[in-house]
Design a protein around this ligand. Structure first.
Ligand code: ADP
Ligand code: MG
Length: 627
């Protein structure tokens, strides 16, 4: 709640709207206590007094009534009716929407067609018709305004409810034997309340205007009772001769509606958590680059050479150092494993290579990424776009999320091929079939017309790999491609990648958190922790003589077949949050070999032959391990 208020306060306009509205509401609340003239007492000898005249700060109207007093009492009434109408409309509308959305089928059809009929009328006309039927009066105006707004809420809330009613947690509640009423109250309602609040905050202004409109036409508040609309209506005939009688209520309506709308927009933005992180702002075409340090000179290692890469996320005043100076390289036909716990910066490293980290909030602040000797960081977007998929392709963790749910997989494959090759559809189709065969999908010809949801997880990931292969890339970056799959499918996918690597000379960067997988596939492995590489070396050598305590702990997490009974050791504690990295070794707090000097400043990645480690007190001395 305080977070919400803070967020709201950050939005200057919303804050201003909120303060103004608060003042108006306070004024309306204390009106009965103020030493005001009676609002309805006429005094024809003092008609149309100008503002700032004696005894009438805002002047008087055509019957000599004090305008200030009428304004405050009128504001009170208008606010009350507007809020009441909004609450009634929101409650009824939400109830109707939830019932229609939750029960679906015939209930839904019946209710929504009724709502459609109401919406087919111009709503002011509908409101007029309702008041005409009920008779003029403020209460009837309230009913009319509420009634014409019910469909708006009902439609909105129904849409949200339909989306929620089929989520797994609702199914789980059903399986747990909860009644429909209980499910609606405890599972559905909490999820739609923010939407109701947002819809309300953006429509209250309208409702106040609509009520004022009805009063203006003489259908709302009846004389001598004042509300803002009726004050305007009575002042109409004196608009030219005594404009202040119209200006006073008019300005008040303007102030109230402006304040409510500004506040409402602020509430809407603050309640949507995606707006906080900037996730809804459109990311730039490639990651923002702001390099201050000199760009490292190329060493000419491998096809892809990443040097001292730094990628950060700038979220408001926080800086998350997701990647803090990572260097790695791959040669053609080589497989490099990157391993580390969740959150250690593996994905961000991989995405930085092709400038795919979303900006904002992502910024590349240092280092270089060389492909075939050419620095890609800060390269023009056209260049990157041309290389994405053609030279460096990605396979992501969740094929369900990477494949478009509404297109057939054949079309998606053909699209991927045609992005880089100007070939015809039939040729594209032939190539797509060839690709599906290459990733060992049986009946490739028939599978082309499948939608992603018609395939199993393993099949979808094969399609993901086929898409990565579509343009014969030199490097494939696979970001935990088997994490969502079961072990047998995982083994098939791994052997498929291995074959592809050998037959096509692909370089693979394989990201995982499982040392077992690294052992099967990778020539070399880099262990990442808190955005940095802490150990590197040929897989076999690292597996035999791990040096960094973190590596040994990661390896202890892998069960061994036939290794006898032993406890699988989890690593105690959590990785550090990357916006507050500790001084010295980031692993110190979780390490059982920690000593005072571990926390005393920068620890370098020491190299010895093919091995490297960033540790002052390694498990095995580096010189020994490198032999
Ligand atoms: P993993 O090793 O599991 O792939 P990531 O590379 O996805 O980890 O994330 C590295 C770090 O960057 C994490 O600590 C994560 O919290 C942070 N991070 C990732 N995306 C964002 C973002 N949009 N805003 C702020 N921090 C982020
Ligand atoms: Mg990841």
């Amino acid at each position: 709640m305080t977070g919400f208020l803070k967020l709201l306060a950050r939005n200057r306009l919303a804050l201003a709207g909120g303060i103004v509205l608060l003042l108006v509401v306070l004024l309306a609340l204390v009106t009965p206590l103020l030493p005001l003239a009676e609002p309805n007492v006429t005094n024809t000898s003092a008609r149309f007094q100008r503002p700032f005249s004696d005894g009438a700060l805002l002047g008087t109207d055509h019957l000599g009534r004090d305008l200030l007093s009428r304004l405050l009492w009128g504001t009170r009434l208008s606010l009350a009716v507007g809020f009441a109408a909004a609450v009634v409309a929101a409650t009824l509308g939400a109830a109707i929407g939830i019932i229609a959305g939750y029960y679906g089928g015939r209930t839904d059809n019946l209710i929504m067609r009724g709502v459609d009929m109401l919406m087919a009328f111009p709503y002011i006309l509908l409101a007029l018709a309702i008041v005409a039927a009920l008779g003029p009066g403020l209460f009837n105006a309230l009913i009319a305004v509420a009634a014409v707004n019910v469909p708006f809420f009902a439609r909105n809330i129904r849409g949200i409810t339909v989306g929620i009613a089929h989520k797994e947690f609702v199914d789980a509640a059903r399986l747990a034997g909860l009644s429909n009423t209980k499910i609606i109250l405890t599972e559905i309602l909490p999820n739609v309340v923010p939407v109701i609040v947002i819809a309300m905050s953006t429509t209250i202004g309208w409702m106040i205007l609509e009520t004022a409109g009805l009063s203006f036409l003489g259908l709302g508040s009846q004389p001598p009772q004042a509300d803002l609309g009726s004050m305007l209506g009575e002042a109409r005939s004196a608009l030219i001769t005594n404009p202040h009688t119209s200006v006073v209520p008019g300005v008040m309506i303007l102030i109230i509606v402006m304040a409510i709308n500004l506040l409402g927009d602020g509430v809407r933005d603050a309640l949507d958590p995606r707006l906080k992180s900037g996730a809804l702002s459109r990311p730039m075409a490639s990651t923002m680059v702001r390099r201050r340090d000199p760009v490292p000179a190329p060493e000419g290692k491998g096809l892809l050479e990443v040097q001292a890469l730094q990628t950060q996320f700038h979220v408001r005043d926080r800086i998350y150092r997701a990647v803090g100076g990572v260097s790695l390289h791959v040669k053609p036909g080589e497989c490099l494993g990157i391993i580390g716990e969740s959150g250690s910066g593996k994905s961000v490293t991989a995405l930085s290579v092709m400038g795919l980290v979303a900006s904002p909030p992502g910024v590349i602040t240092g280092g270089s990424v060389r492909y075939d000797g050419e620095d890609l960081i800060g390269a023009p977007y056209r260049k990157l776009r041309d290389m994405r998929g053609r030279n460096v392709a990605y396979i992501f963790q969740d094929p369900q999320a990477t494949l478009h749910p509404l297109y057939r997989i054949g079309d998606q494959l053909i699209e991927a091929i045609r992005a880089h090759h100007g070939i015809g559809r039939s040729e594209g189709q032939a190539r797509a079939i060839e690709l599906l065969k290459a990733v060992r999908i049986p009946n490739a010809e028939q599978r082309l017309t499948d939608f992603p949801h018609e395939m199993s997880g393993g099949m979808r990931q094969r399609v993901g790999i086929a898409m990565a292969l579509a343009n014969d890339p030199d490097i494939i970056i696979a970001d935990e491609p088997t994490t969502a799959l079961d072990v047998t499918v995982q083994a098939q996918i791994l052997s498929l990648l291995d074959d592809l690597r050998r037959s096509r000379g692909l370089a693979i960067i394989f990201i995982t958190h499982d040392f077992g997988v690294v052992g099967q596939l990778c020539d070399r492995v880099a262990v990442m922790y808190a955005g940095r590489i802490v150990e590197e070396g040929p897989t076999q050598s690292v597996l035999e003589t791990p040096t960094h305590p973190y590596t040994t702990r990661l390896m202890a997490c892998v069960p061994e077949l036939g290794g006898g009974r032993r406890r699988l050791e989890a690593i105690p504690g959590l990785p550090p949050v990357v916006d507050k990295l500790p001084e010295g070794c980031a692993f110190a707090d979780r390490c059982d070999r920690v000593q005072a000097d571990c926390r005393a400043g920068e620890i370098v990645l020491e190299r010895q032959g093919t091995r490297a480690v960033r540790c002052l007190h390694p498990v095995t001395p580096l010189t020994e391990a490198a032999e």
